[in-house]
Design a protein around this ligand. Structure first.
Ligand code: MIG
Length: 838
C-alpha cells in the first residue's frame, strides 16, 4: 500500500530534523503541542492597577488579581487569557468570598502590590512572581524564582519555594506521615478498599494545607475541584507545587501566625462542623452487616447485658431489599418500625446506610427511581440518555447532586426513615464508586450545574467528580433539616471535598485489621482535623480482615480518645464486638469505653468549641504547644504517635503499637500528671522525656498542668441522666483553667441560646490551691446538684473552706495523689480554698 505523499514528505522532514539537536528540540515542541496545546508562562508585569481591596496585574495575556478578604486573608486569582474565571465555589462560603477590607497600595521599583494590617503582598515587576510576607518581612509564601506558573491548555501548575525548615499538614486523611514533606498527592475521590500506607488517591479531596515554619503558620486553600495534585518537594528539591487538570487558579492564603488562628480562619472561609448530637460521641457498634432483625436485637441485648456503654447500632446494606436504597427487606427485618421503637427503649439509636446509587428499575414501582425519573434528576450520558452503572443494586442511576432541585428531591427520600425514628444516615460509595475498571463514571459524563451562585451550565465529570460526594451528603443533611427542623442531623460520609464538614462527619474508609493500620489512624485523623474535618473516625478493629485479640483491645483503647468511636468490619470477617475474645479482654475494653463516657462533659465541651471555631477534637502537639522546641519546629515531627485529645490530654500510644519494647514519650515544657494514677510525672522548663514500658492494661495519657477537666458519673448511654455529682479534676499549675458546655444534646435549641456554660480557674500558692467555680451562664438547666472537686498534687490530708465558712476536712486519696471534696451547686460562683494539712 502506498503511503500518502504528504505523510512521506513529513516523515522525511522529521528524519532531517532529527539530524541535529535543534531539530530534536523542535520535534519535542511539536509533540508537546500535540498533547498539551500551547504552553503559556507568566512574564514581566505589563500593567497594574491598584484596587481599593487589592491589586490587578496584567502579565502578557494573563490577569492576576489579588484581593484582601480580611487583613489576614488574601485571595489570589489568575486567568491566563485576559479574563478571570467564573467566580463561584462549592466550598468557600458566599459571606466569606464577599468580605473585603481596604488595603494600602505599596509599589516600588521591584514590585507592585499592597499591604494590610498584617501582610505585604507583592508582584515582582520583572517576573510577575507573587511574594507574600508578614509586616516584619518574613516570607509566608513565594513563587519559586525561575518557576513561573505554567499553563498547558486547561491545566496549570504553581511552584512555590519550599524552605528546608517548613512543614506541611492537612490535605485530609491522605495516608503517610503526618508531615507532608517529600510526598506527592493526587486529589481524585477513589473507592480504595484495602488501601495501604502508600496508596493514593483515597476517598476524599481536601485541597487545604498548613505551612508551618518556626512559630509562623500559613494556610493555603486551593479551591479547584478538578483532578489536582500537590507535590511537597518530591518532584523538585526546594520547591512545592500544586496544579489541576482544569478550573481556575483561585487560592486563598490564611495568615496565622499561630496555627489555631489559621484553622479558625479556614472555618470562617469554608464553615465549621456543626455540633453533633450527643449520642454520636458514644460508642457505636457496626458491621457489614447485621443481617437480620434478630441479630440486631441480640447485639443490643448483649451490649446492655455486658454493660458495654453504647449508643448506636448501624445497619449496613443488607437490611435493604436487594440493596435498593430506601427499602427495607421485609423477610430479614419483619418488624422494622417496632424494632426501632424497642431499641429506643434500650437507649439505642439506629443509623442506616443510604447509598446514592438508585436501582435502575423502570416500571417496577420503586419510588426513588420513578420520582427521580419524573423530576429528571439522574446523571446523563453525553448523548442525553440516562447514565446507568453497576453498583450494589445492579444497574444503577445517580442523582445529579449539582442541581439544587435534585438535592431537594433527594432530601425527601428520607421522610419515612425520619418519621420512624432512624437517628442517623450513612452515605457510602459517593466518590462516586461504580463497579467498572475506572471505579467511577466516564470522565466525559456531563453534569448539569443548576445552582445559586453558579452559571447554569454543563460541566465535565472531571470537574464535578471530587464534589459529587459532598453534594450528596449536603442533600442528605439539608433534607434532614427540612424533615425535622429542630433535630441535629447525623450524616456520615465516605467521600467529600473542602467545606464538606458543614454537612457530614466522615470516616477513613476501608482500613485493615492490622497493627500498621491502627498506627495510621493517628496521622489520618489529625490531618483530617487540620483540614476542617474535626469530627471523624476510623473503623475500630479494622474493616478488612479480623483483628487478633490484643489488636482489637489496643484499637478500642485508642478510639476512646478519637472523635468518633465506631467498631466496624467487613462481610465475612469474624465477629469483632468487644466481648469476642473472652472476659479478660472484654473487661479491659470496657474500662476504656467507660472512661470515654465519664469524659463526655470534657469531650462535648471540646466539640462545642469545634462548632464555633473549627478547632479539631484531636490535635497535633504543635497546635497547643507551638513553642515546645527550641527552634519552634513542630514537636510532632520528633514524637510520631502522640497527640492531644482536646486541649489538655496527651495520649501517648507506642510509636509501633505491637512492639513490647519500652518507648519514650516527650512532654512539652511544664508540669504533667499521669491521667490514670494522678501522679506528677514531669516538670520543668524543658521537654521531659518519659520511658514507658508497654502493658496491655494501659494506654498512657497525661494531663498538662493548669487543667480543670469536667467528668460525669458513668452511664450506659448518653440518653441516661447521670446520677451523682459533676466532678472537676483540678490539676494545679500555670494558667489554670477549664470550662464546661452543656445543652440538651439533641435539638437545635442551643442555637437560640438554650445552653449552659461554666468557667473554672485555679491558683496554687504554697501548700494551698484556690479553685474558682464560675456561675452557670445561660438558660439550660444541667443534671447535677453537687460538684465534686478532685485536687491533684496532694499526698496527704487537706482541709477546704468556702468563703466565710469554717474549714472542713477533705477526703484524702493518696493513692491517686489527690484530695476530694463535694459542694452543693446552686448555680452561683464560688471559691474554694484547699490547704494541705501541715
Ligand atoms: O463496597 O456497605 O466503606 O464501610 O461496610 C463496599 C458495605 C461497600 C464500603 C464501606 C464499608 C461498608 C461497605 N461499603
Amino acid at each position: 500500500m502506498n503511503a500518502h505523499p504528504a505523510a512521506i514528505k513529513t516523515s522525511l522532514e522529521y528524519q532531517e530534523m532529527c539530524n541535529d539537536l535543534r531539530g530534536m528540540l523542535l520535534l519535542f515542541a511539536i509533540f508537546t503541542n500535540l498533547s498539551f496545546g500551547s504552553v503559556a508562562k507568566l512574564g514581566a508585569v505589563s500593567n497594574s492597577k491598584a484596587l481599593p481591596t487589592g491589586v490587578r496585574v496584567t502579565s502578557g495575556s494573563a490577569i492576576i488579581e489579588i484581593t484582601a478578604l480580611r487583613d489576614d486573608v488574601v485571595r489570589i486569582r489568575i486567568g491566563p487569557n485576559r479574563q478571570l474565571p467564573e467566580d463561584a465555589s462549592w466550598a468557600a462560603l458566599p459571606s466569606a468570598r464577599q468580605a473585603k477590607v481596604n488595603v494600602t497600595a505599596a509599589s516600588d521599583s521591584s514590585g507592585v502590590g499592597f499591604t494590610t494590617k498584617f501582610l505585604r503582598v507583592q508582584v515582582e515587576r520583572t517576573t510577575s512572581r507573587i511574594v507574600v510576607k508578614d509586616l516584619q518581612g518574613n516570607i509566608l509564601q513565594e513563587d519559586a524564582p525561575g518557576w513561573p506558573v505554567e499553563f498547558h491548555d486547561a491545566s496549570f501548575r504553581i511552584y512555590k519555594t519550599m524552605p528546608d525548615d517548613e512543614h506541611y499538614f492537612g490535605l485530609g486523611d491522605k495516608v503517610g506521615p503526618l508531615d507532608r514533606r517529600q510526598q506527592s498527592f493526587t486529589l481524585w475521590n477513589t473507592d480504595a478498599f484495602g488501601f495501604q500506607e502508600s496508596t493514593d488517591p483515597i476517598y476524599k479531596s481536601i485541597p487545604f494545607f498548613l505551612a508551618v515554619r518556626g512559630a509562623r503558620a500559613t494556610g493555603i486553600f486551593f479551591d479547584d475541584t478538578w483532578r489536582s495534585n500537590f507535590d511537597f518537594g518530591k518532584g523538585h528539591h526546594g520547591i512545592y507545587s500544586y496544579g489541576a487538570e482544569g478550573g481556575a487558579i483561585d487560592y486563598y492564603l490564611l495568615y496565622g501566625p499561630d496555627a489555631k488562628h489559621v484553622l479558625s480562619s479556614y472555618a470562617w472561609l469554608t464553615g465549621a462542623t456543626p455540633l453533633p448530637p450527643l449520642w454520636a460521641f458514644g460508642y457505636q457498634q457496626s458491621r457489614y452487616s447485621y443481617e437480620t432483625e434478630a441479630r440486631v436485637r441480640e447485639i443490643a441485648d448483649k451490649l446492655r447485658a455486658d454493660k458495654i456503654p453504647s449508643d448506636a447500632i448501624y445497619l449496613d446494606i443488607d437490611y435493604q431489599q436487594n440493596n435498593r436504597p430506601f427499602t427495607v427487606d421485609p423477610q430479614k427485618f419483619p418488624h422494622f418500625p417496632q424494632m426501632l421503637e424497642d431499641l429506643k427503649k434500650q437507649d439505642f439509636r439506629i443509623v442506616t446506610i443510604t447509598d446514592l446509587h438508585i436501582a435502575h428499575l423502570p416500571n417496577a414501582g420503586y419510588a426513588p427511581y420513578d420520582s427521580g425519573m419524573a423530576g429528571d434528576h439522574f446523571v446523563k450520558n453525553p448523548d442525553g440518555s440516562t447514565y446507568v452503572g453497576p453498583v450494589w443494586p445492579g444497574p444503577s442511576v445517580f442523582p445529579e447532586f449539582t442541581r439544587q432541585s435534585t438535592r431537594e428531591w433527594w432530601g425527601t427520600l428520607y421522610k419515612d426513615f425520619v418519621s420512624q425514628g432512624v437517628a442517623g444516615f450513612w452515605n457510602d460509595m459517593n466518590e462516586p464508586a461504580v463497579f467498572v475498571p475506572s471505579k467511577t463514571m466516564p470522565e466525559n459524563t456531563p453534569h448539569r450545574i443548576d445552582e445559586p451562585g453558579f452559571k447554569t451550565r454543563v460541566a465535565s465529570h472531571v470537574e464535578i467528580h471530587d464534589v459529587f460526594g459532598m453534594e450528596n451528603c449536603r442533600a442528605t443533611y439539608e433534607g434532614l433539616l427540612k424533615l425535622a427542623p429542630n433535630q441535629r442531623p447525623f450524616v456520615l460520609t465516605r467521600a467529600s471535598y473542602a467545606g464538606g464538614q458543614r454537612f457530614a462527619s466522615t470516616w477513613t474508609g476501608d482500613n485493615s485489621s492490622t497493627w500498621n493500620h491502627l498506627r495510621m489512624t493517628t496521622p489520618m485523623l489529625l490531618n483530617l482535623g487540620l483540614s476542617g474535618f474535626a469530627f471523624s473516625g476510623a473503623d475500630v478493629g479494622g474493616f478488612a480482615g479480623t483483628p487478633q485479640p490484643d489488636l482489637l483491645t489496643r484499637w478500642i483503647q485508642l478510639a476512646t480518645f478519637q472523635p468518633i468511636d465506631r467498631n466496624h468490619t467487613e462481610k465475612g470477617s469474624a465477629d469483632q464486638e468487644p466481648w469476642v475474645h473472652g472476659p479478660e479482654q472484654e473487661n479491659n475494653r470496657r474500662r476504656y469505653i467507660e472512661e470515654r463516657y465519664r469524659l463526655l462533659p470534657y469531650l462535648y465541651t471540646t466539640a462545642e468549641e469545634m462548632s464555633r471555631t473549627g478547632l479539631p477534637i484531636v490535635r497535633p502537639l504543635f497546635l497547643e504547644f507551638p513553642n515546645a522546641t527550641s527552634d519552634n519546629h513542630p514537636l510532632d515531627i520528633d514524637v510520631g504517635s502522640q497527640f492531644l485529645f482536646g486541649p489538655d490530654l496527651m495520649v501517648a500510644p507506642a510509636p509501633y503499637p505491637d512492639s513490647l519494647k519500652p518507648y519514650e514519650v516527650q512532654l512539652p515544657p511544664g508540669d504533667w500528671y499521669d491521667y490514670w494514677t494522678g501522679a506528677k510525672v514531669a516538670s520543668g522548663e524543658k521537654i521531659s522525656v518519659i520511658a514507658v514500658k508497654p502493658n496491655l492494661d494501659t494506654l498512657p495519657v497525661y494531663v498538662r498542668e493548669g487543667t480543670i477537666i469536667p467528668v460525669q458519673p458513668l452511664t450506659q448511654s448518653t440518653n441516661e441522666v447521670p446520677q451523682g455529682p459533676l466532678t472537676l479534676r483540678v490539676y494545679p499549675g500555670k494558667n489554670c483553667k477549664g470550662s464546661l458546655y452543656q445543652d440538651d444534646g439533641k435539638t437545635r435549641n442551643y442555637l437560640k441560646g438554650d445552653f449552659m456554660r461554666m468557667q473554672f480557674a485555679c491558683e496554687a500558692a504554697g501548700n494551698s490551691v484556690k479553685v474558682h467555680i464560675g456561675a452557670h451562664e445561660g438558660t439550660y438547666k444541667p443534671w447535677w446538684l453537687q460538684i465534686q472537686v478532685e485536687v491533684y498534687g496532694y499526698d496527704s490530708t487537706a482541709t477546704y473552706s468556702l468563703a466565710n465558712a469554717a474549714p472542713q476536712a477533705a477526703i484524702a486519696d493518696p493513692e491517686h495523689h489527690r484530695v476530694l471534696l463535694t459542694v452543693a451547686d446552686d448555680g452561683q460562683a464560688k471559691d474554694i480554698s484547699v490547704t494541705a494539712a501541715p
